[in-house]
Design a protein around this ligand. Sequence first.
Ligand SMILES: *Cc1c(COP(=O)(O)O)cnc(C)c1O
Length: 449
Amino acid sequence: MFGGGRAVPRDLRIKAWPMVTEQDEQAVQRVLRSGRFTSASAGEEEIAGLEREWARHVGTEHCVAVSNGTAALSVALSAAGVEPGDEVIVPALSFIGSATAPLHLMAVPVFVDIDPVTFNLDPAAIEAAITGRTKAIVVVHLHGLPADLDRITAIADRHGIAVVEDAAQAHGARYRGRAVGSIGAVNTFSLNVSKNLATCGEGGLITTDDADIATRATMLRQFGELIPASGERSYVAHLLGWNCKPNAIQAAFTRSRLTHFDAEAAVRDRNVRRLLGRLADLPGFLVPEVPADRTHAWHILRFRVRPAAFGLADAFAGPLRAVVQRALRAEGVPAAPYQLQPLPAQRVFAERRGFGGYPWALPGVVERPYRAEDFPAVLRVLDDSFTVQKAHLHPESGPLLDRYADAFEKVWEHRDALAAVAARTAHTPHWERASEIGDAEWEAAFGMR
Ligand SMILES: *Cc1c(COP(=O)(O)O)cnc(C)c1O
């Protein structure tokens, strides 16, 4: 940023994710030769195999595969009994699919603030958001760290509400000895190319111990029909289903990846811990914390800056983060935001772009505005932190992460110069930028506001 060489050499590249081995290629070829491509194909083995193996990995009775993680969440919520007008609690910091999944059921997303240390749902905020209409809580294990499941489950049980884990970012993470995805009434994973357990495209998995929920999920992915294990398909639709069947090629690919999943996760854990161990010595950064009773899947690494350590007042957290992010990028660290705004500030919610005013216009739904300013912890974290995504997922990324640690150290050495830049830089928080981007994109697409 101020001239000079990069801490991360240009020829040290981020390794492609998902990795693709010869074994993975053979798994895909096996399906191409089999002629059985979806869960509705008689004698299909790869999807059924993946479902069996993932249920065993997570420790649940059942697993149902679907077309992607967002569909998994819609199907799971529907199978758990969420209906139009029900309220579903969702963290205000997550991927948008966590909140559009209930909306597609005409349920009303009710957002709650996060804990600024774990970045997960704040249990006290959940308690405050519960009403007589609350039907489920979407518990996102953001970035790979399990949320406080025992506290959240206790609250949910007291009110007769379903816990639905959205474990799209947390494959393999454990909470008090149990795998995520085994604790809620019904739980979901994504197999999108970006996730820790990936497929060669899109996929999703639903896990549950409840046989009825599992049966409903298999119907919901297939037009509401029951597909018999053998014999003729009836073509009778019993429920309002979707077509979100899984694909056998993608199931076979993930099944092959799964055979190396634990070993690769262990190496990733070592690589990431070595990076975080070095950063822990730098007072300018808050590195992800892992409570002793859980493990972290390290899907995304989020770092907060500490203005006081840079000799700046708290009000400069945003500009300091922006300058540090710029400096790290100049050194070759792909520091980037994850989410520009709290979910409730997304237009689909803030401007109620649902089904022609529904579900909010349904009888008995209490109108509550969706406002960014109601989620101060999310706003604070979005402004004072940045993330590293994808670069650390490949198990051979250790040497790259060591150079990232060099880059952080170099940035810290130059803290006075960076603080001086931060103190005189005009700052626009991400969520204000998001609304400008939104206006410009809409105008470019439709020629009007
Ligand atoms: C990726 C993700 C999803 C959606 O998964 P897709 O397979 O992309 O539909 C849902 N929730 C969270 C937290 C995610 O990170």
